[in-house]
Design a protein around this ligand. Structure first.
Ligand code: BES
Ligand code: MN
Ligand code: ZN
Length: 510
């Protein structure tokens, strides 16, 4: 379950909470409020820093306990920033994460963060405060809803041990609060995506997932749920071929946010793979690690998180998100290798491996979104292949695109947010690997370049719309932990796509 601390912005001079975090630049350069606190403490802070040979290196800390002259303040933590003048936007977010980690490790319930640096490198003070708070919000996440006792030790009471309140002390709290609104929405969306990915598949089937999506109506998102009959009427034969082995019926959720001046302005479209569990189907996966396949809906989770973020911050653009929710199971009703199905587009697919199921779900949604919404562009997100992890590991997601401008725009948003993507090739040679004697296309391309042939399969169903495919199999789940992500389900992609939308499609539309 998500534990979300209350984050409040107050003036630099406001009263201090029992735990205080202050930033220390290179050579322990302190901001004015931190210097003043040090003076009040009779120089105890700088003395401790000197005694510890502390230099203010990035992420390093030094701690002063209960300086007698500071009354109710129990501890002061200096958090090193290195050369603050050189820090980029995302570095401040990471520092916010480090702040939350430092405070969290000390089991304190409320803390003050002095959001001030001796040199901000041109960053507006309110932005600095907002970015730090954003990092705190992203770091303060735990998925503990299935633990009946929160404490490991028998004799400790069962009470939340996390931070409950963070006071961000800053030069202009009103401006900081206003700047934070955007980031708070993005943090909320990211945490929603994490919750969805972390949830086990017995609790989160297609129907339950669709119910969760309905909750976005509160934020002003229009939500439409298509059930199994609707999907049959729409002739989504590829998606339904994946769902047919499961006793749990498929759902497709269509989420619309109308934020542009004209409701009829063409939307941006985001499509998510929502395989709530991927056993592989009849082409069943090996047992080891199969439990991770509860996260095979990471693309859909990112789309939902993104829609939440855009709605909560009232993005000035029209966006449609479509997610395909299915469970891939082996059973007497499951699709067999060799089966030929007809996709929504009318094209036929020979399914040679039922474990290459994500692409089948995506292509029906891609045909449908083109036909119904005529979007300005399509971006699909999917935990699509193990092969992308062989290529890029768990740091980068793979980006495939038929449009250089779209790819470039996404790469820029990636650089700003630190959610890394790397462009991978589309090529006629990969298209050729998908040729089938028995149908228009087959769903696997053979041993090599698995991530590329998967992308080529999707491309087969894209008409002349700018399209990008992001394979986040490595980054959506079990990705390396970071300052701002302590969770197995990372919520990866919400920050990237929020930034993409904000920078490339909202500027000038306000
Ligand atoms: N959901 C998997 C991909 C995956 C694997 C995601 C590991 C995250 C972690 C996908 O449906 C799949 O099974 N892909 C196959 C494709 C193959 C059968 C062509 C794969 O990558 O092995
Ligand atoms: Mn699979
Ligand atoms: Zn899958």
């Amino acid at each position: 379950m998500t534990s979300r601390p209350e984050i409040v912005f107050q003036p630099l001079s406001a009263d201090l909470e029992p735990t205080v975090v202050a930033l220390a630049g290179t050579d322990v350069a302190l901001g004015s409020r931190a210097r003043e606190i040090d003076q009040r403490a009779g120089g105890a802070i700088l003395k401790a820093a000197e005694a510890a040979q502390y230099k203010g290196r990035k992420k390093s800390t030094v701690e002063v306990l209960a300086p007698p002259r500071l009354g109710s303040v129990n501890r002061i933590i200096l958090l090193g920033t290195g050369k603050t003048g050189e820090l980029k936007e995302n570095d401040w977010v990471l520092l916010g994460g480090s702040t939350a980690a430092a405070v969290g490790a000390r089991k304190t319930k409320s803390a003050s963060l002095i959001a001030e640096a001796s040199d901000t490198g041109g960053m507006k003070p309110e932005m600095l405060a907002a970015l730090l708070a954003f990092g705190v919000a992203l770091r303060q996440y735990e998925f503990k809803k299935y633990l009946t006792k929160t404490n490991k030790s028998e004799d400790e009471p069962n009470e939340p041990d996390g931070l409950q309140k963070l006071v961000v002390h800053c030069a202009d709290p009103d401006k900081a609060r206003a700047a934070y609104q955007h980031y708070e929405a993005v943090a909320n969306g990211t945490l929603t995506a994490r919750d969805l990915v972390n949830e086990p598949a017995n609790e989160l089937g297609p129907v339950e997932f669709a119910d969760r999506v309905k909750e976005l109506e509160k934020a002003g998102v229009e939500v439409e749920i298509l059930d199994q009959d609707d999907l049959a009427k729409l002739k989504m034969g590829a998606l339904l071929a994946v769902a047919q082995g499961s006793v749990r019926p498929a759902r497709v959720a269509i989420l619309q946010w109308h934020g542009a001046k004209s409701k009829r302005a063409k939307p941006l479209a985001f499509i998510g793979k929502g395989v709530v569990f991927d056993t592989g189907g009849i082409s069943i996966k090996p047992a080891a690690g199969m439990e991770d396949m509860k996260g095979d809906m990471g693309g859909a989770a990112a789309v939902v998180g993104l829609m939440q973020a855009l709605a909560e911050r009232k993005a000035t653009v029209n966006v449609v998100g479509i997610i395909g929710l299915v469970e891939n199971m082996p059973s007497g009703t499951a699709t067999r290798p060799g089966d030929i199905v007809r996709a929504h587009s009318g094209q036929t697919v020979e399914i040679l491996n039922t474990d290459a199921e994500g692409r089948l779900v995506l292509v029906d949604l891609i045909s449908y979104v083109q036909e119904r919404f005529k979007p300005r562009l399509i971006i699909d997100l999917a935990t699509l292949t193990g092969a992308i992890m062989v290529s890029l590991g768990k740091e980068y997601a793979g980006l495939f695109s038929n449009d250089d401008k779209l790819a470039h725009d996404l790469l820029e948003a990636s650089a700003e947010t630190g959610e890394k993507i790397w462009r991978m090739p589309l090529d006629k040679a990969y298209d050729k690997m998908l040729e089938s004697k028995n149908a228009d296309i087959k769903n696997i391309g053979g041993r090599w370049a698995g991530a590329c042939t998967a992308a080529a399969f999707i491309k087969f169903f894209v008409k002349d719309t700018p399209w990008a495919h992001i394979d986040l199999a490595g980054t959506a789940m079990d990705a390396p932990k970071s300052e701002i992500n302590p969770s197995w389900g990372s919520g990866w992609g919400v920050r990237l796509l929020d930034r993409f939308v904000a920078d490339k499609y909202e500027k000038g539309e306000k």
